[in-house]
Design a protein around this ligand. Sequence first.
Ligand code: PMP
Length: 428
Amino acid sequence: MNYTRSSALFVKAEQVIPGGVNSPVRAFKAVGGIPVFVKEAKGAYLYDEDGNRLIDYINSWGPMILGHAYKPVVDAVIDKAKKGTSFGMPTEIETHIAELAVTMVPNIDKIRFVNSGTEACMSAVRLARGFTGKDKIIKFAGCYHGHSDSFLIQAGSGAVTFGAPNSPGVTQGTAKDTLLARYNDIENVKQLIDANPNEIACIILEPVAGNMGCIPPKENFLKDLRHLCDAHNILLIFDEVMTGFRLAKGGAQERFNINADIVCFGKVIGGGLPVGAFAARNEIMEHLAPLGPVYQAGTLSGNPLAMAAGLAMLREIHNDKELFNRLEEKTAYLHKGIAEVLQANNVVHTINRVGSMISVHFDKDPVVDFDSAAKGNNETFKKFFHGLLNEGVYIAPSAFETWFITDALSYEDLDETIAAVGVVAKTL
Ligand code: PMP
């Protein structure tokens, strides 16, 4: 495929935007090469600036669960835009989407809308601290909760010591309040709780991890976390920015039948516009301003265009009784097809999948946490990525990302993808 125009556009962008992109992973640093500039997208396909058609397995990193330019969402946005794009005052549509979200998601009474997943997680942690009166949080290595300071933390020296900043600009003072645990390792979490008695406000995690590839929670991991939280007066925060309205109508809480105390949303809930949200039962949400003392605000929060897109999206998901079955079946079909062609070509691999989240790892061992994800063969992944791109299939430009399956994919698209994997597998 020819990427002449994308290359030229990237050079221009680099002059005025750091690294040519507004979010780092887009720059293809992990895989090398020139990022593809998108011109438009429809259904399961991206059309780039060079006129290439790509089957899209990223779908804006999750939101486009029904495909690109989905008509009911686009129509809702156009209709709203004609009536004014922002007021900074209450609008009825905010109540409509909140009512629907509260109906769909288990165990929440109230929801507050923000503008990104980062804001949702940052605010959820503040609320947990305000509610419990404690400062420390536990997060898991390899889980991503956005780029706010408390989350840009890596493991310090020794399993039970404080975290350390993993970006310049994050202070030691912030880092000392974030404790790092291994995903799927409940004993590690117990150690951290024992070493910091009565100090931990919350445990935040992706109930299915999607930022180190797709990693399912081990059996009982979520249940054991719930019990630990109950025993130690710690709030359990599910970051459902990826899993919310994707793994089930009610997200991971519904799929695994575990209640979290605070739930964070992003991606699907905005239908492709900038929306995040966090939600909890009344007892917790009453601590939030203006009801309570925990401050949180936003000029564009509840923006009418964003709410129109989100409401149209949630309505479609709510009304389509077969959506999650179809997504599950399509993803299982893809999983089986890819596994067969990789196996037929003797490519060492592990595939992880939960619902419509799936990832391919070039390693023979199970991928259950950050360390096992990191030991996959990155050179093979790079070849896999570029090979697929050349065949017109767009997956995330990093081995640490999950693929997001959209309902717009037809079985012909899936067959085309599996055939492309077959072509690429011969070169690995
Ligand atoms: N949480 C999770 C689980 C995410 O995957 C992401 C983004 N990929 C975020 C939070 C941050 O969301 P945003 O990029 O909208 O700030």
